[in-house]
Design a protein around this ligand. Structure first.
Ligand SMILES: [Zn+2]
Ligand SMILES: [Zn+2]
Length: 631
């Protein structure tokens, strides 16, 4: 959470909804003061899904108090006070604070201590302003809505504790959260969405549908996919491999660990060390080389020996790029080999803090839909465009209609510190990237000063059908790493040149993408992704019927369909219920009449019965839907 003071620029950019929510926080403070006049307030900003106000108060506020507070808030809104801005001198502001008049309804015996502290921290050149609504006066730079009546609908949601300015050396305050919207309808929709999100939570569904598990002995943040989850990963991988093959990618395979020297070269060490698992010390290989006269002679091991004092450390890889760069360098390359596109579903390990781990969304082992594209500057635009097209095709396939590309660029003032010192390359690649985005009509925003160290990047945020936001993919331009790895190709003029590299991972990691898909589909996967595609249910357990079921099973499996049979003696309704519970996509219900007609009765999860169909027709339609990856 950003607890820093907002800049004037950020304030100007506050959306209408943020203004409304921030105004609601003033109304919240007013209501609390009406009940507890001694309350001291710190900060009350709008946040992602609402607003809060931090309050210091002997009474411990609990959700039981919300009704009472909300009633006061409603009467403030009904009174429709104007939000009036008053500019004051620093001395006037300090004076009011000392009289307890800031974030208060009247002067009070105790000074407004947090507001006094905030005044001290306002830069001398910044104007100090107050906002008044009714009796309530607050130190505030704004902006606000015009009147309290403009706050259409609100609700208090929770209360938590928070340290003043986020520092645990400071006093602990109570943070009262709420949310507000322009209309009651929007507010209701929001809470309905939250309800739906709870039902779709990938951790809950992951357990119910037997997709993945965590185990204490394996370790936190290290998910294991059960067979039903593993098939989803396999299907995604198949999709990626087919798509990438058609786009001219080549597949490579690399180990999960590497020497420290590799990550020093890439620049990940020491800068990224905190996000990597601690190193493994291996002394054995150096000893073995020293003992073996043959190996001692080869030039490769000579350099190994030279480094051996400092480089017996191995790291689990936190990214695949350095390995891929080494594969680029493994063969002499000419312009005729470019663009070279190396792809791998590479498993990486990142040491996320245990407090930050979250289901499949934040994990310590990740299988990434990775690829590195090496190209000449002339090829950049076409390659970058093709990568974007790939993103968009995937979104279409998964029914992701709401997404935003965040194009992060560099800040010329920070060249050589935050950004690699290549002013010309920055300018050129950013311009090319911007052109591609503009020309393809993609929904994007440009964010200055947030590029990666080695080049501009694009993060893709997607929203699931229930409006949950995920950052699922990144696409980065890199002109620094090829340089530090001394990657070269012979150009037309026979001169050695350094390629540009694009890092891209449209399907992100299996972990996060599957977590996203579970919630996006609420576990009701389309047939091609469904862990169990078809279940054959017999009405009764007549041996002939069981044989018929088995023959259908055999035929489906021969076509690689994930099918099962339930030919137990249970009642058919119970069997259907069990299949529905596991969200099995299609059920073939068969009784004697179906068998005699060489037919099956088709039932689709969540859609109901489709009646009897000839067996061959039913199977053909299953196969076609899978082949076309139908939604
Ligand atoms: Zn304000
Ligand atoms: Zn990479």
């Amino acid at each position: 959470m950003n607890e820093e003071r907002k800049t004037l620029e950020q304030r100007e950019q506050m959306t209408d909804l943020e203004r409304l929510r921030h105004s609601a926080s003033h109304v919240l403070a007013t209501a609390i003061l009406k009940i507890w006049p001694e309350a001291q307030f710190a900060a009350g900003p709008p946040v992602e899904n609402g607003f809060y106000y931090d309050v210091d108060l002997p009474h411990r506020i609990s959700p039981d108090d919300f009704e009472k507070i909300e009633a006061e808030m409603k009467s403030e809104i009904k009174a429709n006070h104007q939000f009036e801005r008053v500019e004051v001198s620093r001395d006037e502001a300090l004076d009011l604070g000392k009289k307890g008049r800031l974030a208060a309804l009247s002067e009070r015996p105790e000074p407004s201590k947090f507001k006094l502290d905030i005044i001290e921290n306002i830069p001398p050149e910044e104007k100090i302003s107050l906002y008044r609504s009714g009796d309530f006066i607050d130190l505030c730079a704004g902006p606000h809505v015009k009147r309290t009546g403009d706050i259409g609908a609100f609700r208090l949601t929770s209360v938590a504790s928070a340290y003043y300015k986020g520092d645990e050396k400071n006093p602990q305050l109570q943070r009262v959260y709420g949310t507000a919207f322009k209309t009651k309808n929007e507010l209701d929709d929001y809470f309905a969405m939250l309800e739906e999100a709870k039902k779709r939570d990938h951790r809950k569904l992951g357990k119910e549908l037997e997709l993945f598990v965590f185990d204490d002995d394996v370790g936190p943040g290290l998910p294991m996919f059960l067979p039903r989850g593993a098939v989803i990963a396999e299907e995604l991988e198949k999709l990626a491999k087919e798509t990438e093959f058609a786009a001219g990618y080549q597949r490579v395979r690399t180990p999960h660990i590497a020497r420290e020297s590799l990550y020093k070269k890439s620049g990940h060490l020491p800068y990224y060390a905190e996000s990597m698992f601690p190193p493994m010390e291996l002394t054995e290989d150096v000893e073995a080389i020293k003992r073996d006269p043959l190996k001692r002679e080869s030039s490769e091991t000579a350099s190994t020996l030279q480094r051996s004092n400092s480089s017996t450390r191995y790291y689990l890889k936190a990214m695949n790029c350095p390995h891929h760069h080494k594969l680029f360098a493994a063969l002499p390359r000419s312009y005729r080999d470019l663009p070279l596109r190396l792809a791998e579903y590479g498993t990486c390990y990142r040491y996320e803090k245990s407090g930050e781990l979250f289901g499949l969304m934040r994990v310590r082992s990740l299988q990434m839909n990775d690829a590195h594209l090496y190209m000449t500057p002339e090829q950049f635009e076409a390659e970058f465009n093709a990568v974007n097209e790939m993103y968009l095709n995937y979104f279409k396939l998964f029914g992701i209609d709401k997404y935003l590309m965040r194009f992060s660029t560099h800040d010329p003032a920070k060249l050589g510190q935050k950004f690699v010192d290549e002013p010309e390359l920055w300018k050129k690649t950013e311009e090319m990237t911007r052109n591609v985005l503009k020309n393809s009509g993609i929904n994007y925003v440009e964010v200055p000063n947030e590029a990666a160290f080695y080049g501009p990047k694009i993060d893709v945020q997607a929203w699931s059908v229930i409006g949950r936001e995920f950052s699922i993919a990144t696409n980065q331009v890199d002109f620094a790493q090829p340089r530090s790895f001394d990657l070269r190709y012979k150009d037309r003029d026979n001169i050695d040149k350094i390629p540009i590299c694009i890092h891209r991972a449209p399907l992100g990691t299996h972990e996060r993408f599957i977590g996203f898909l579970i919630e996006h589909y609420a576990g009701n996967f389309p047939l091609w992704l469904s862990p169990e595609q078809v279940r054959i249910l017999t009405i009764g357990d007549d041996p002939k019927l069981r044989d018929y079921a088995r023959s259908i099973l055999k035929e489906l499996r021969a076509h690689q369909v994930r099918a099962e049979v339930d030919d137990s003696s249970d009642k058919i309704n119970g069997k259907i219920q069990r299949a529905e519970q596991m969200k099995v996509h299609t059920m073939f219900v068969i009784g004697k009449r179906d068998m005699d007609a060489d037919a099956v009765s088709v039932r689709v999860h969540g859609k109901g019965n489709f009646g009897a169909k000839p067996r061959s027709e039913a199977i053909a339609s299953i196969l076609q839907s899978i082949r076309e990856r139908r939604a």
